[in-house]
Write a protein that binds this ligand. Structure first.
Ligand SMILES: O=C(O)CCC(=O)C1=CC=C[C@@H](O)[C@@H]1C(=O)O
Ligand SMILES: [Mg+2]
Length: 304
C-alpha cells in the first residue's frame, strides 16, 4: 500500500541581531520554510528548508515554487525524487519523514564553536563567548584589508587562553598569495585549528597545493556545500577537512552513507536555521562528526 502524507508549509523570515559580514557581503535576514507532514495515523514530522543560494543551493523562490506545486497529499516516492538542484528541499523532506513518530532528541555529546564578528569586534566578543563555555571560535577574514586583519589576528591570538582553538574563514576571498601569507602566519600559531575556504571554488588545485605546503589544516566549505560538489572534491583527491552544512547538503541518508563509507574529516556547520532544521542537522553531526571537531552551531541571535 502506498504510504501518503498530508503536506503543508509556511515561510518564515528572521533578522539577525548582528548582520553577518563575510566576503560574500552582508547578510541581515534569514528566510526559509517550515514543512509539515502528517500520516493517516496522526504521526507528524517537521522539516526546514533553509537555502543559501550563494553557496550553491536553490534560491528561496525556487524552494517556495517547489512546495507550491506539490499537492496537499504526497507520497514517499515524491519525497525521494526531489532533484539535486533542490538540496535544501531534499534535506527538509527527508528530515521530516525521518522524524515522523520518532522522539526528537538533542544530542548531548557535541562541543560547539562560537562565531566571532568580523573585524575588530572579535577582540571584545571572544570573552563573552568564552564565559558562555565556548572553547572554539570562528572568525571571518578576507573582509577587511589584509594588514589590519593580520594585526587583529595577532591581538586576538595573544588574548585567547592557551586552550582556545581558532578557525579562520575566508569564504573564498583570498588570493593565492594572501592565502600563503595567512598559512605561513598560522603555522606559527598552534591555536589555529584550520583555515576555511581560503580560495574561490574553481581553485581546488591551488588549495590542494597549499594543503601540501603548510602545517595548518585547510577546510573546504563553499567547495563542498552540495552533495555533488562534496563527491567531486573527494574524487579529485581532497582529504583535508570538509565543512558539512547538512541544511544544504541534500538527503541526510545519502550524506550519512558517504561520510561512513569514506571516513571524511567533517566539521558540521549551521545554515542559521531554526530549531527544526538545527535538531535534524545536529542529529547527523552527533552520528558523523569526529570527536575532536566542535560543530559550527554556536547559538546565533535573531531579532524576531
Ligand atoms: O560554521 C560555523 O561556525 C557557523 C556558520 C557559518 O560560519 C556560516 C554559515 C552560513 C554561511 C556562511 O556565512 C558561514 C560559513 O561560511 O561557514
Ligand atoms: Mg565557511
Amino acid at each position: 500500500m502506498v504510504k501518503i502524507f498530508n503536506f503543508d508549509f509556511r515561510c518564515y523570515r528572521r533578522r539577525f541581531l548582528q548582520p553577518l559580514i563575510t566576503n560574500h557581503g552582508i547578510w541581515s535576514t534569514r528566510e526559509g520554510l517550515i514543512i509539515h507532514l502528517r500520516d493517516s495515523g496522526g504521526n507528524c514530522g517537521w522539516g526546514e528548508i533553509a537555502p543559501i543560494s550563494w553557496f550553491g543551493s536553490e534560491t528561496l523562490e525556487e524552494a517556495i515554487d517547489f512546495c507550491r506545486q506539490l499537492p496537499g497529499v504526497i507520497t514517499r516516492e515524491m519525497i525521494f525524487s526531489i532533484p539535486d538542484s533542490l538540496p535544501a528541499c531534499q534535506f527538509a523532506f527527508e528530515s521530516a519523514w525521518e522524524a515522523m513518530g520518532n522522539l526528537l532528541r538533542y544530542p548531548q555529546s557535541l562541543r560547539y564553536s562560537g562565531l566571532l564578528p568580523a573585524g575588530e569586534g572579535a577582540l571584545s566578543k571572544w570573552k563573552t563567548l568564552w564565559e558562555q563555555g565556548y572553547r572554539t571560535f570562528k572568525w571571518k577574514i578576507g573582509v577587511g584589508e589584509f594588514s589590519r586583519e593580520w594585526e587583529i589576528f595577532d591581538l586576538l591570538t595573544r588574548k585567547l587562553p592557551p586552550t582556545a582553538k581558532l578557525r579562520l574563514d575566508a569564504n573564498g576571498g583570498l588570493s593565492y598569495e594572501e592565502a600563503k601569507l595567512w598559512l605561513g602566519i598560522c603555522d606559527h600559531v598552534s591555536k589555529v585549528e584550520f583555515l576555511e575556504q581560503p580560495l574561490p571554488i574553481p581553485e581546488l588545485g591551488g588549495m590542494l597545493e597549499l594543503s601540501a605546503s603548510f602545517q595548518t589544516a585547510i577546510a573546504l566549505d563553499e567547495s563542498v556545500a552540495t552533495f555533488p560538489q562534496l563527491q567531486y572534491c573527494f574524487q579529485q583527491g581532497w582529504r583535508g577537512i570538509f565543512v558539512i552544512k547538512p541544511g544544504i547538503a541534500g538527503y541526510p541518508s545519502r550524506l550519512r552513507q558517504f561520510c561512513q563509507q569514506h571516513h571524511i574529516d567533517a566539521v558540521f556547520s549551521s545554515v542559521f536555521e531554526t530549531a527544526i532544521g538545527r535538531q535534524a542537522a545536529l542529529q547527523l553531526a552527533a552520528e558523523l562528526s569526529p570527536k575532536n571537531r566542535a560543530v559550527g552551531f554556536g547559538v546565533h541571535h535573531f531579532l524576531n
